[in-house]
Design a protein around this ligand. Sequence first.
Ligand SMILES: NC(=O)c1ccc[n+]([C@@H]2O[C@H](COP(=O)([O-])OP(=O)(O)OC[C@H]3O[C@@H](n4cnc5c(N)ncnc54)[C@H](O)[C@@H]3O)[C@@H](O)[C@H]2O)c1
Ligand SMILES: [Zn+2]
Length: 405
Amino acid sequence: MDMNNVNIEEIVKQVLSGMTGNAPAAASAPAASTGIPKTARVAVLTEKEHFDIKEYPIPPIGDDDILVKVEGCGVCGTDAHEFKRDPFNLIPVALGHEGTGEIVAMGKNVKVDTAGKPVKVGDKVVTCMIFKDDPDITMFDLNKKNVGGADVYGLLPDDDVHLNGWFSDYIFLRGGNFGTTFFNVSDLDLDSRILIEPCAVLVHAVERAKTTGILRFNSRVVVQGCGPIGLICIAVLRTMGVEHICAVDGNEKRLEFAKRMGADTSVNFMNFKGIEALTEAVKEAQGGHLADFAFQCTGNPKAHANIYKFIRNGGGLCELGFFINGGDATINPHFDLCSKEINLVGSWVYTLRDYVTTFDFLKRAKAIGLPMSELITDKFPLEQINEALQTNLAMTGLKIAVVNK
Ligand SMILES: NC(=O)c1ccc[n+]([C@@H]2O[C@H](COP(=O)([O-])OP(=O)(O)OC[C@H]3O[C@@H](n4cnc5c(N)ncnc54)[C@H](O)[C@@H]3O)[C@@H](O)[C@H]2O)c1
Ligand SMILES: [Zn+2]
């Protein structure tokens, strides 16, 4: 994955520059805290391409704070970007934001999660964004607002708490005005919980697609790009009851997986020379029809230019492949957009509400037998965090995760 990002750096820098007062609120005696060690191991990126496992004291738990014993955390493209280049100037930093674990202690004021669901010691949780300007936020407040640009555990500057990322034994979730959002997801298995964050990206993309009014049960849909993002896109569409999904990629193994995720046809673009031949192949795969709707799930500008050709007049396109700056794409506005009257939406990250929708999606996906767990191709223990990040960079698997024993 080309992580030559400019936009995300600016966003994260902007967010971090506004951060002050990271220490926890006046701490009181820890609440129910049986079996909690005095110290926790945290993987700290101490230099580019190198984590050290450090041991820090577990801070006293304030009335609004939560201590979570980490079970696992997915490796995100953003982690890989920070690992390789430190574009956010965060070193030393505790990374990992796609994490989940069990509440082992919490302050007396903690009663419910961000969706209003009761929480107790022993519940499994995930974090979402940190809204320090709106610490009382609930999922209902952010119905339309995108969470891109907010703070997140796993990309916080180091401070005297240290337990700020999910690549660790324990993470310390701060209450009060810190603005932590978190959800009780005790009814999901560990693999599903690790997949929540990337899946929320696709729940959001499909919600964006639905605003065009074109995506329907019997739509013919092209999903271009079958990395984790495209594969999950197919799974979300399938769980919604979309029957006709054509997967496009150049990697045969990924295309096979796309079929198991719910695509009914696939096209390997490597087998076709030129956009005309490729368009014919996509059309043929869809019974002689162009697509009603297409999702662009690669970070390749050429792929953005190509996808218009696969869509019928009056059809829709959701472009979500460019989380980072992948360069410019050349299209012909007359032929590709205007004369075809294409309905184009962009999609970026998700809202808090999409996060909650994602929990239901994951349950449905499992119930209809989609092989979601197989998206996690590599699992490493915390002490092999460097290998986990290198495996992500090598792009030999799909989703890489760090899983604690
Ligand atoms: N919108 C968002 O909020 C958001 C969030 C996360 C990731 N993303 C972006 O989504 C993109 C996909 O993520 P991923 O993790 O699946 O990446 P990935 O690199 O694992 O997968 C991309 C896939 O696209 C295929 N591909 C490349 N060029 C192609 C072409 N011309 N035609 C068809 N297929 C082609 C590759 O073979 C690969 O399988 C990335 O660029 C990522 O930055 C967006
Ligand atoms: Zn992520």
